[in-house]
Design a binder for this molecule. Sequence first.
Ligand code: MG
Length: 289
Amino acid sequence: MSDDMWPLGVFASCDEGLGLSLDLVRDLGVATVHLHAPRPESRSEDLAIRLEEKLANSDITATCMFAGFEGESYADISATRSTVGLVPEEHRKERIDEFKLISNFALMLGIDVVGMHLGFIPIESQSEMYDGLVGVMKHLCEFCHGKSQSIYLETGQETVATLLAFLRDVDAENLFVNFDPANMILYGVGEPLPALQQLGPYVRSVHCKDAKWSDLPGETWGTEVPLGEGDVGVRAFLQLLHDIGYSGPLTIEREIPHECDRQVREVRDGIELLKELTSQVKGEAEVSS
Ligand code: MG
């Protein structure tokens, strides 16, 4: 089994955002990050150069830049539905333009993947809304393809059946999935492990995040908890990643940016947990091969 399988990573931010600052990430000793895109006013060639230097000096590879948009709210499921991603039609045009700027900024840093929450994909696949969204995604995939970039859609806001249908309808060779098992639980859209099995080859990156189910799945949020303390089943998650042939980064997310000390401590605990569990999974694979 390759030594460079499953490099550990952390979700990081360059300015305000859900991730850890790069200075804190450096102290954690991980090899990779997913980087939340900086705000429009901070995005510049100068910032790109400084970020590139900081990453290089810390021996950290940024494997994905996550797009986010002005006006998005994750306050509750209803707010998420009406404000997030490219689904809300009133913001779609400006966000398409913004996505392209983020893609360009990622390219300045040599990042060949842009990740995003697309928003709640409509279930009605025969609707005008759905067709419009497929068209937008095709357009953005073509835009990124011209620059050898891929787009990874983050899981969570729709069932695996809806996501799979959407991926097939867009039918782009550079459209994949960032699988976040906790989101499936937080949004109440299905058991994460069977979803991972079904998405299989589309999964090109993952977030290692944990959560507990809500009493009213799909109506109220579940609760995000430290990795290993929720309902994901991290050992089984890793085993399945191994079984479907996923060898990319394991990127820890702990979305409590306003409790920085706790966030760092729990990310560090998550790193230790992943080290232990990945060595178990890899060890068993060695024995059985
Ligand atoms: Mg995530």
